[in-house]
Design a protein around this ligand. Structure first.
Ligand code: GDP
Ligand code: MN
Length: 390
């Protein structure tokens, strides 16, 4: 569960971490003085660039800008709450993030003294400015270990390392999957202040934290939900066409590679692996439960109707209750009906399991190569992105 910024900030305050003075717009007028920062409370980052973070010099501007934020939506989310904060006078901005790195199966700390920016951009341009510390299970880490990765000196080093240790305890004890502070601001008068925070807690762990109380039970009211895109709506319609099988979650992205993948953990693994190898998914589309040929064909056509999508990867873990041949037939049918050639469109087809020989026969007929179960999900993801030579 992803907390909204103001909820996460209240939690941090409760644990003794400094955040800017703030009020939710509408609950009361700020009792601190302008200039103000207005921040749309949506469950997504990158609000600054999308017009979700505004400034106001006086109470009139505050009212106008808050009202306009509340009327609109940012990044597809209707804005239900606006957080009003005192505007900090920034000396420096840092990036601090705790998360779980599944590839090393550890909690990690990522730090950069170039905060405030898009960290993924920075990782591309100046990777050396991003420091990383793997945290040992049970031990956690010591002050000195953090200090080694902070390029900060003097009194600030002590303040920063003890703040980071506190953040870690919160991250760890709340069963969070991410606690990211960007920016962590050093103010002109020498305080470290959490200016923005992204906190997510493992859903399964929420019941271990009754202290979160209202934040969890009133969550749905708070966040509002992202409106579905046209494509997502159409996927829902296709799913309702007949009862056989499911077109599960369908989420649209900006990339160019269409994905038909199985549901559950395996598909998340595949999705991450595709990104790891540099692929850009156009969507995330789960299928399962033995969908009909027609359902698969319609989904395939939907994927291919998205401008820029040239290729599709079809990847699932071993299936027992979905017939491989029906999926193969559906994908081929959808591609043909889109006026394209299956062997150009399908980068990989890897579904081992029930009726696989039949499925592989159909694919072969159309010149599509298939991957047997000797290739792992990771292999399939790599080949979907880099081709068969590598
Ligand atoms: P995000 O775009 O969703 O990550 O939203 P942020 O809360 O991080 O705000 C975006 C940017 O606005 C920050 O990186 C800062 O550069 C700027 N900003 C936010 N709060 C303040 C503030 O109190 N003072 C100043 N000077 N800039 C701020
Ligand atoms: Mn931010």
């Amino acid at each position: 569960m992803r907390f909204l910024e103001f909820q996460a900030k209240r939690l941090l305050e409760f644990h003794g971490i400094k955040t800017p003075r703030s009020v939710l717009y509408g609950e009361k007028m700020p009792d601190f003085s302008p200039p103000y920062v207005l921040k749309a409370q949506i469950p997504s980052g990158g609000r600054g660039k999308a017009g979700g973070v505004l400034f106001a010099e006086n109470d009139k501007e505050l009212k106008d800008r808050a009202d306009s934020l509340l009327k609109g939506s940012i990044k597809g989310f209707p804005v239900k709450h606006v957080l009003v904060e005192e505007k900090l006078r920034i000396e420096r901005e840092f990036f601090v993030s705790f998360m779980i790195d599944a590839s090393v199966k550890r909690e990690i700390l990522i730090f950069s003294s170039e905060g405030g920016v898009d960290i993924e951009e920075l990782a591309k341009k100046e990777p050396r400015k991003i420091r990383r510390l793997e945290i040992r299970p049970f031990y956690g880490f010591q002050d000195y270990e953090v200090r080694e990765i902070l390029d900060v000196t003097g009194k600030n080093l002590l303040k920063l390392s003890s703040l980071i240790l506190k953040l870690y305890r919160i991250f760890h004890e709340l069963d969070a999957t991410i606690l990211e502070v960007n920016p962590l601001v050093l103010t002109e008068d020498g305080y470290f202040v959490v200016a923005d925070v992204h906190l997510e807690i493992e859903d399964e762990a929420l019941k271990r934290h009754p202290e979160l109380g209202d934040m969890v039970s009133h969550y749905e009211e708070f966040i509002g939900t992202r409106e579905m895109t046209e494509m997502e709506k159409r996927a829902r319609e296709i799913d309702n066409l007949d009862h056989r099988g499911v077109a599960g979650r369908f989420i649209e992205f900006d990339g160019n590679l269409g994905l038909l993948i199985g549901g559950g953990g395996a598909s998340l693994t595949v999705f991450d692996a595709i990104r790891k190898y540099g692929g850009k998914p156009a969507n995330y589309c789960e299928i399962g439960g033995n969908p009909s040929v027609k359902k698969v064909a319609e989904l395939t056509k939907l994927l291919l109707s998205k401008p820029g999508v040239e290729k599709i990867a079809v990847i699932m873990n071993v299936v027992s209750n979905t017939r491989v041949d029906l999926v193969a037939r559906g994908v081929i049918k959808g591609i043909l009906e889109s006026g394209r050639d299956p062997k150009d469109v399908i980068t990989v087809f890897r579904i081992p399991g029930a009726w696989e020989d039949e499925g592989f026969k159909i694919l072969k007929k159309y010149g599509v190569k298939y991957l047997t179960r000797e290739y792992s999900l990771d292999d399939a993801a790599r080949m979907a992105v880099q081709g068969w030579q590598s």
